[in-house]
Design a protein around this ligand. Structure first.
Ligand SMILES: *[C@@H]1O[C@H](CO)[C@@H](O)[C@H](O)[C@H]1NC(C)=O
Ligand SMILES: *[C@@H]1O[C@H](CO)[C@@H](O)[C@H](O)[C@H]1NC(C)=O
Ligand SMILES: *[C@@H]1O[C@H](CO)[C@@H](O)[C@H](O)[C@H]1NC(C)=O
Ligand SMILES: *[C@@H]1O[C@H](CO)[C@@H](O)[C@H](O)[C@H]1NC(C)=O
Ligand SMILES: *[C@@H]1O[C@H](CO)[C@@H](O)[C@H](O)[C@H]1NC(C)=O
Ligand SMILES: *[C@@H]1O[C@H](CO)[C@@H](O)[C@H](O)[C@H]1NC(C)=O
Ligand SMILES: *[C@@H]1O[C@H](CO)[C@@H](O)[C@H](O)[C@H]1NC(C)=O
Ligand SMILES: *[C@@H]1O[C@H](CO)[C@@H](O)[C@H](O)[C@H]1NC(C)=O
Ligand SMILES: *[C@@H]1O[C@H](CO)[C@@H](O)[C@H](O)[C@H]1NC(C)=O
Ligand SMILES: *[C@@H]1O[C@H](CO)[C@@H](O)[C@H](O)[C@H]1NC(C)=O
Length: 433
């Protein structure tokens, strides 16, 4: 049964935590004549909690004709391509003659004369919840050499195909024409757009691959057992497929490679081999409230996670009364279900999860007498995502149990887990219908 549910849930890109989430790419044509057009390409991250981290987006497509990119502002293509058949003024060489160009963002601090608004963040896109002003990227390009009469009665350029955003887990639609609107160039300036194409890219955990990159461990005040992450959650130490792992206590100095890509992760050796562990500790019981301590540990000895985020599903998260040291926002999906919370760091305090470091919070939740209980593993989260990736959880039959708990309590933990699963199955079936 669990297997069927996992398959049904992953078969389409539907995310019950963020059903409308997508990355929308607009091509706004600001000038067009018979031999050349100028297009402002903008990439909008409309996902509530998924962001694009370093090494950033790499927007690729396949031209349908013999297009040549003469100029790009705010980004650049990775290859020049074969320009040997192309005629040009010596003073104005083409930027890219590749049939399948790949465009990457410029790093922060690029020269001012090649910038455009919203460019130059090294390909990083914030999630909409964390910062909507850095959730958009843009670049401008001038294209020539296109075939205007490829069967197109309006004489509009022929759409490229095979769009890709170059980030694992995402697939992109074909370009479709949508009504053109004015485009905002900067705070003061708008330009008239003559034609707009739109491409929608969506994420699927299934396409991102089954291997987790984070895991969850659990403990409670009522039981001294600490339930660790499942062994080999992200790989097994010493197995050939495992990433490199380190035992020394010393910190390593990481150098980016020659292309400026982030350094490869170097994970501290653990039984779970995950770069990230999320620990959920049920800390205290009050009459009307209970207190949880949550911490996130980075086992990567070289990479910092800037602007990390954590998404947790638990039915009592609708009743958070106090939260320390993290930002917080409920992700509300349906009016009767309000069990998902997104947490992220506070600017200039803990928005960066340092290599070999940790960040932590405590929260106070108001007991809802209709369903609150410490038995059956109820106080532990149902699902945890770090930076949009679902984390491996211990099996429910290992959850710390109340003293004197009989085996029926463990059965009920398993039942709860199955019930959560069947609800998700229903939701995803509902979506398919
Ligand atoms: C993409 O996201 C936008 C903004 O949330 C939403 O309006 C639109 O319907 C979404 N499109 C698709 C195809 O999901
Ligand atoms: C797009 O990709 C498909 C499959 O990889 C390929 O068959 C097709 O030729 C590509 N289209 C263009 C215009 O390159
Ligand atoms: C470059 O293009 C020219 C003409 O378009 C062709 O003759 C040549 O073989 C191409 N070179 C490569 C390396 O593909
Ligand atoms: C969003 O990002 C901008 C630009 O980096 C920054 O000035 C602003 O303070 C950020 N806003 C929040 C809420 O973090
Ligand atoms: C962006 O976020 C800020 C708060 O962080 C909010 O006040 C503003 O309305 C948001 N803008 C848009 C366009 O959603
Ligand atoms: C894009 O269009 C091509 C043909 O124009 C079609 O074969 C392909 O299935 C389309 N891809 C998507 C994702 O719709
Ligand atoms: C991580 O942050 C530390 C402290 O700010 C810094 O010294 C180190 O260079 C950073 N590592 C990387 C890979 O950026
Ligand atoms: C969902 O939970 C949050 C956090 O307690 C609360 O602020 C919000 O009002 C709730 N929304 C609904 C629709 O119940
Ligand atoms: C907990 O939150 C839910 C949803 O917002 C609400 O219906 C319920 O009354 C709250 N319970 C308490 C004890 O505040
Ligand atoms: C603590 O929880 C574990 C795992 O469920 C259980 O085996 C153990 O008996 C519990 N300890 C006590 C003192 O109840």
């Amino acid at each position: 049964f669990a297997f069927i549910f996992v398959f049904a849930f992953h078969a389409d890109a539907y995310d019950p935590v963020d059903p409308l989430g997508n990355i929308t790419i607009n091509w706004d044509f600001t000038s067009m004549d018979t031999s050349q057009y100028t297009v402002m390409v903008s990439i909008h991250n409309y996902q509530l909690y998924r962001h694009i981290e370093r090494p950033g987006w790499r927007l690729g497509w396949a031209w349908s004709g013999h297009e040549i990119i003469w100029d790009v502002r705010g980004a650049e293509t990775t290859e020049l391509g074969n320009c040997s058949g192309v005629h040009f003024d010596p003073g104005h060489p083409p930027h890219c003659c590749d049939k399948r160009p790949v465009v990457v963002d410029l790093p922060p601090g690029a020269p001012y004369n090649i910038q455009v608004a919203n460019c130059c963040r090294g390909g990083v896109l914030s999630s909409l919840s964390q910062n909507n002003s850095t959730a958009t990227a843009a670049f401008q390009m001038s294209v020539g050499g296109f075939d205007r009469d490829g069967g197109n009665p309006n004489g509009d350029p022929v759409k490229p195909a095979n769009f890709s955003i170059g980030v694992p887990g995402y697939t992109c639609s074909n370009a479709t024409q949508v009504p053109a609107t004015r485009s905002k160039v900067d705070e003061q300036r708008h330009v008239q757009v003559m034609l707009t194409w739109q491409i929608i890219c969506s994420y699927s955990q299934f396409r991102d691959g089954p291997s987790p990159s984070c895991c969850v461990s659990l403990s409670s005040f009522y039981n001294s057992t600490i339930v660790g992450c499942p062994q080999c959650s992200c790989g097994c130490p010493r197995s050939p497929s495992a990433p490199q792992c380190f035992r020394q206590q010393s910190k390593l100095q990481a150098l980016p490679d020659a292309d400026g890509n982030p350094p490869t992760p170097v994970i501290r050796c653990t039984e779970h081999m995950c770069p990230i562990r999320v620990h959920w500790h049920v800390k205290q019981n009050y009459r009307e409230y209970w207190r949880v301590k949550a911490s996130i540990t980075n086992y990567d000895m070289v990479s910092n996670y800037s602007d990390w985020n954590l998404v947790v599903r638990h039915p009592n998260l609708a009743n958070i009364t106090q939260l320390f040291s993290f930002n917080y926002q409920p992700l509300i999906q349906y009016d009767t279900i309000n069990d998902t919370a997104m947490f992220w760091g506070i600017a200039n305090y803990n928005e960066m999860l340092l290599r070999d470091g940790n960040v932590q919070t405590e929260m106070i939740l108001k007991k809802d007498p209709s369903d609150f209980t410490f038995s059956g593993g109820w106080a532990f989260p149902r699902r945890v995502y770090f930076n949009g990736h679902q984390c491996a959880m211990p099996s429910p039959d290992q959850y710390p149990s109340l003293p004197n708990a009989a085996s029926d309590v463990r059965v009920s933990a398993l039942q709860r887990w199955l019930i959560t699963g069947s609800c998700l199955l229903l939701l995803s079936m509902f979506h398919v219908m």
